[in-house]
Design a protein around this ligand. Structure first.
Ligand code: FES
Ligand code: FES
Length: 157
């Protein structure tokens, strides 16, 4: 298997590494760099748990090869909170509304919602729910996540 040298920036920190050609970005983030907040579940692009931002765009890291991320800026869930630990407003809304139980799907959900709001700070609850259609949560029944979305949209929760 061929190996390749890549340079990527994760949550503002530059990394240079050698990766196998077949390694997914999610696998590399977790096992190569230790960003274990990115979760891998289906590894088939279905569940959304592995979602990270690549140059600002929410991407399923199980479907992207690490070598394709050469030169890119990645944001994982570890990079959402401020350096002083203040939660991103998406994380705060999920916490306020019990938008998680086991939390396995939560990093991907938080990354997607943050991407929607960064792209359009006036995004509606409907916009955010549409983006959530690419996420499978096995245990909240979605109601906590939907309450968090309504809070983010400035609606009554
Ligand atoms: S692990 Fe990537 S979409 Fe499920
Ligand atoms: S909180 Fe358990 S899968 Fe979503």
């Amino acid at each position: 298997m061929s190996e390749h040298r890549i340079d990527i920036t994760v949550n503002g920190r530059r990394h240079t590494a050698t990766v196998e050609a077949r390694a997914s970005l999610g696998e590399f983030l977790r096992e190569g760099l230790g960003y274990t907040g990115t979760h891998l579940a289906c590894e088939h692009g279905v569940c959304g748990a592995c979602t990270v931002r690549v140059d600002g765009v929410a991407v399923r890291s199980c479907l992207m090869l690490a070598v394709q991320a050469d030169g890119c800026e990645i944001t994982t869930v570890e990079g959402l909170a401020a350096p002083d630990g203040t939660l991103h407003r998406v994380q705060q809304a999920l916490q306020d509304n019990f938008g998680l139980q086991c939390g396995f799907c939560t990093p991907g959900v938080a990354i997607t919602l943050a991407a929607v709001l960064d792209d359009d700070p006036a995004a509606t609850a409907q916009d955010m729910e549409a983006a959530m259609s690419g996420h499978v949560c096995r245990c909240t029944g979605y109601q906590g996540i939907r309450r968090a979305i309504r809070q983010l949209a400035g609606e009554a929760v």
